[in-house]
Design a protein around this ligand. Sequence first.
Ligand SMILES: Cc1cc2nc3c(=O)[nH]c(=O)nc-3n(C[C@H](O)[C@H](O)[C@H](O)COP(=O)(O)OP(=O)(O)OC[C@H]3O[C@@H](n4cnc5c(N)ncnc54)[C@H](O)[C@@H]3O)c2cc1C
Length: 546
Amino acid sequence: MSTSPQLQPPPSATSAPDYDAIIIGAGMSGLYQLYRLRQLGMRVRVFEAGTNVGGTWYWNRYPGARFDSESYSYGYSFSKELLEEWDWSEHFAGQPETLRYLNHVADKFDLRRDIQFRSRVTAARYEEATRGWTVTLEDGSHFRAHFLITAIGPLSTPTLPRIEGRDTFQGQSFHTARWPHAPVDFAGKRVAVIGTGATGVQTIQTIAGSVGHLTVFQRTPNWCAPLHNGKIDAETQRKIKAGYPEMFARCQQTFACFLHTPDPRGAFEVTAEERESFYEKRYAERGFGIWQGNFRDILIDREANATISDFVARKIRQRVKNPTLAEKLIPKNHGFGTRRLPLETFYYEVYNRDNVDLVDIAETPIERITPDGISTSAAEYEFDIIVYATGFDAITGSFDKIDFRGTDGAPLRDKWKSGPQTYLGIMVDGFPNMMMLMGPHTALGNIPRSIEYSVEWVTGLIRFAQDNDLTRLEATRAGVTSWTDHVKVLGEGLLSNEVDSWMTGINRNVEGKQIRIIARYSGSAPAYRARCDEVAAKGYRELLLA
Ligand SMILES: Cc1cc2nc3c(=O)[nH]c(=O)nc-3n(C[C@H](O)[C@H](O)[C@H](O)COP(=O)(O)OP(=O)(O)OC[C@H]3O[C@@H](n4cnc5c(N)ncnc54)[C@H](O)[C@@H]3O)c2cc1C
C-alpha cells in the first residue's frame, strides 16, 4: 500500500487522523507491535528509516556480526507455528541468518504492507485538540495518529569518534552499524579498526585472517570471554523445538531473561580450588554463563569481582604470547562483567599473528585522520580501509534525534537533559498517548523477551482504552518521579554503575554525554514485569485516563 506524503502545512487538527497508531521503527519491537495492534483492528503505520525490516540486524552487516544470546532464546515466542518452522543453524546465529529470520516473520504475517521504508521521523508533536500526534518525516511530510509508539532501538544511533580530519581520508571507511550491503574486499588491504567493544571484537577476529595488515586502535580494553559457538545438529534441533515452552518459561524466571541463572553461592562461600574449577567450567561453556551464571556476588562485591577478573586476566596472559601485549589487553579500570561482556572466538589469538598490531590510544592518542591514514602522537599509519567500531549513542540517542513535543510544547530532549524520566520505562508525563518500547528505564537483557512483554503491556493498555472509550492516556508526574527514583535506587551498589560505559550514558564522542546517568533499569526482569502486571491488574489507575 502506498501513502502519498501530505506536504506542508501540517493537516488541520480537526481533520480525522490518518491512522489509529503510528509506530516508529521496524526492528523486532516495531514488527511485533504492528502484529499485535492489527489484531485489535487498528489502522497502523510503521515508519522506518531503513529500506527493509530488521532494525539492528538490517544495519549491522559488519563481518562477524552475530548473537551473544542463544539463537533459540532470542527468536519470537508468540507463534508456535513460527517456532516449529524455523531452524536456527547455529547456537549463536550470524547477522545474515537473523535478518533472514526477521524477513521471514515480516512475510509470514504480511507485515510489510503497513510499513513505509526510507521514512525517517524527525519530529512528533502532541495536539490536545485531537488528543493525537502529528509525526513529521525527513521529507517534510506529516501524518497523524491517535497513538504514537516508539520502537527506535536501544542501540540504533551510531557514533563516530570526534577526530579531526575524518572527512579527508581518501581510502574506504565504514561504521560497523552502517555497513554497505555489498561485500567489502579486505584481501591484501591495510586495515585499521578503531574500537574494541563487542562489535570491534567480532570484526577484528573475523577479518584478521583475510586482510593484508590489521592495526587495532584500542582506547579501553574490554573483558571478553569465549562464545563457544557451534552448529546445531538435527537431534539438538529436535530437542530445542520440543523444549521451547520450558525454555521460554526459564527465560521468564532469570534475572535478565537469558538462559543462564546465577549460582546461589557467593564467591567466598567456596574454597579457592572450588572457585577456580567453577570458573574453568564457566569459561568452557557456551555464551553468557560466565557473566549471568556466575556467583551471585561478582557484580556487587568488589573482592568477589576481583577473583573472576584475576581468573580471566590469567586466561588472557595464557592466550596472548607477547606479555606486554597481553597486559595492554587486560582491563585495569573496571572489573569483569561491569560493562557488557563481548563474547569472542579466538579474539586473543589474533594478537599472536604477524599481520596484526595493537595501538594503545590511551598512551598515544589519535591526533587526526589524514588523507592516507591515521596519525597518533607517536606515529603516522597508512591505511586502505578504516573501520569505525565506535558503537552507539545508546538508549537515549535515538530519542534525541527526534523533536518530540508534548502537551506544553516542551521538547522531550529538555525534560531528559539530566537523564531520562519515565513511568515504567514506557510513558512520560506531558506526553499523552505515547508509549516507548525498549526505551530508557525498561528491562533489557536478552532483549526480545523484554520486547514481547512490553508489546503485550502496551497492547493491553490500548485494548483497555478501546474497551472503556478512553482517548487520552498519560503518566502522572508523581508516577514518573516514583519510577525514576526507583530505577536510581536499584542502580546503587552495582559495580557496573560506577563505570563509564554506554550503560551509564557515557559517550565521549557525543556532546553532552560526559556525565553518568541512569538510563538503564538494573533490577530483575521478573520484578519489572510484576510491577507492570500490578498496574494493569489494578485498571491502570496510576495513569491519568480520560
Ligand atoms: C551488533 C549487535 C548485536 C546485538 N546482539 C544482541 C543479542 O545477542 N542479544 C540481545 O538481546 N540483544 C542484542 N542486541 C541488541 C538489539 O538491538 C536488540 O536485541 C533488538 O534487536 C532491538 O530491537 P528494536 O526493534 O527494539 O530496535 P532496533 O532493532 O534497533 O530497531 C530500531 C529501528 O528503528 C529505526 N529508527 C530509529 N529511529 C528512527 C527514526 N527517527 N525514524 C524512523 N525509523 C527510525 C531504525 O532504523 C531501526 O530499524 C545487539 C545489538 C547490536 C547492535
